[in-house]
Design a protein around this ligand. Sequence first.
Ligand code: SAH
Length: 371
Amino acid sequence: MALINKLPSTSTTTSIPSIKIKSLTFKQVFTIHCTSNSQKASPFTEKHSIERYQRDNWLYNNQQQHQPSSSSCPVPDNQEFVRDYDIALQLPELRKLLDVLREKREIGNGFGEKGPGNVFLVGTGPGDPDLLTIKALRVIEGADLLLYDRLVSNEVLDLVGPNARLLYVGKTAGYHSRTQEEIHQLLLSFAEAGANVVRLKGGDPLVFGRGGEEMDFLQQQGIEVKVIPGITAASGIAAELGIPLTHRGVANSVRFLTGHSRKGGTDPLFVAENAADPDSTLVVYMGLSTLPSLASKLMYHGLPDDTPCAAIERGTTPQQRIVFAELKNLSDEIASHQLVSPTLIIIGKVVALSPLWPHSVNETSTLVEFR
Ligand code: SAH
């Protein structure tokens, strides 16, 4: 087994790392750990999410004053008001912000004076802020209100303008997590109040990002939605590892799969015989929990058990960790290295084209450290 410690090549760090290579005795798999000189906390850990949640202080400052109680807060009978009221009930602090926005709109010195504001669905890429598009950067810098979740890295959030409001809508253990319906309602309420609302999504908003659902809902309510694409995890991470997702004579197609199980069980939603194609690359999103079942099915349906694979945790961030393994060993190796979400899995012969793939998985492998 070998460990490779490196900073992502796309890191914002200015110093160029030097490379040290050692040979190690090794069995069939090796892992790459990527650590940062700055020892920053992960942009994706739960702990960090809580910090983010708490950093949205403006919300909590207002919470006490506006906490409705069953006796003091009768349900309004006006139908239009009910939706806002529902949000206000769950997130009372937002009520005040909505009122401020509407007030500003009425007196004409705030956000859009007429009609609703815009909603931008913005892809922020897999984590490295250098992978943002210029268009995304412009929209982020000019936003009034930004809703974001766990996959949006702190480096990206640091680009948000000083007067913008940030609202965490991801899931965090121990805190209220917004349902998809609540997020829809939040976007709608703020857009109706005239704000330019930015919904930040990791990677590309339209690749396993539920961006289509948000777009659909808002458009049905008459709100204009603009989508700014982002670099999806597959592209960003493949580039980081030097894996061509397609390659002449090796892989003539690439397929993005969700590992999510329809019923929350261990069976992946897709995949069976038609995904077990040795000439195609499979990229599995959200695949950690269903991987054992997916791998067995792929092998059962004819994908060779020595197919090269990579599992990449927190790709393109300074905390990136990579496990390389053959398909038959992948699940065990991921488990033994305790990879956690977000992890992307790439399965296919193209993985062996990565300069990081060990030349001989049976004898020795390589330890590379970037300094
Ligand atoms: N819209 C996103 C995907 C969201 S689904 C995109 O286009 O990339 C969430 C899954 O994406 C995660 O479970 C993981 O499989 C993958 N993912 C996203 N960012 C990642 C990252 N930086 N490192 C590893 N996997 C990532």
